[in-house]
Design a protein around this ligand. Sequence first.
Ligand code: ATP
Length: 292
Amino acid sequence: MLELEAHAKINLGLDVIRKREDGYHLVKMIMQSIRLHDVISLEKNHSGEIRLTLEGSALPADERNLAYKAAALMKKAYSIPDGISIHLKKQIPEAAGMAGGSTDAATVLIGMDRLFGLGLSKDVLLSHGLELGADVPFCILGGTCLSEGIGEILTPLPAMPSCYIVLVKPSQGVSTKEVYQALDKVPSPVHPPIDAQLEDLKNGDLTSLCAHMGNILESVTLPLLPALNGRKSHLEALGADGMLMSGSGPTIFGIFVQKDPAVHACQALKEVYPEDFIMVTEPCQPSNLVLQ
Ligand code: ATP
């Protein structure tokens, strides 16, 4: 049996450069893996079938689930006759802007490559990832990356300086597709300074990195869910060095240089927003840690 961690991500910067004729948006994003993860166990079975079980989630455990889709893709692409039993323990909030589904798909691709001894190259795994979704290739690489194109052009970056990240996810959801569509109607959205963030990462300057954080999709999601502004102001009042919405939302995160203020902010926010998912996490490096 193989047990793997499927890590969530946040966006330290998210810009949309333009829309392609086929409707896809060309992005320029700084992606960062975080310690928060789902746990995926994989085991061969002799039935020939994909058997998915879920814990901590009401998501469908069938071909609609991205973990299932990834397993089906691998079985078909490499004519694998064996079955595979997948147990997915969900810990990443769903539809939160933290790539919960994409990281499950990425981890099943990596896990099946190992379990069945396929010996696939990183590039082959990345191209299978892209078949499953724009954020899946990054979830395969992990760490700190610049993501361009529709998410398939990835450049590994110097690791984000160590820090503490307070995640705040209200219960309301947003549809990623609708947020991107609505962006096309925003007259002059503010483009975040992604190039300045690249310099900050090169210099290991966390303060400047925080000052340059920006997400063009906030111009759509914040008016849709004005309650998010309250979370951002609270994080600022509690001493966060930077606050931003991740992906298309609704997760808001705050960056703290020191641990104690982050832990204190987490406790204080839990009292103000008892319905929200709130935790302290940290950036993490690219490795799908094999636990067993
Ligand atoms: P992104 O940051 O990549 O936009 P997200 O964090 O907003 O992603 P996900 O948690 O990946 O959103 O879920 C998006 C949709 O994918 C959900 O509405 C859910 O129905 C579907 N989905 C399918 N499989 C999974 C899975 N294993 N985990 C989470 N969501 C899944």
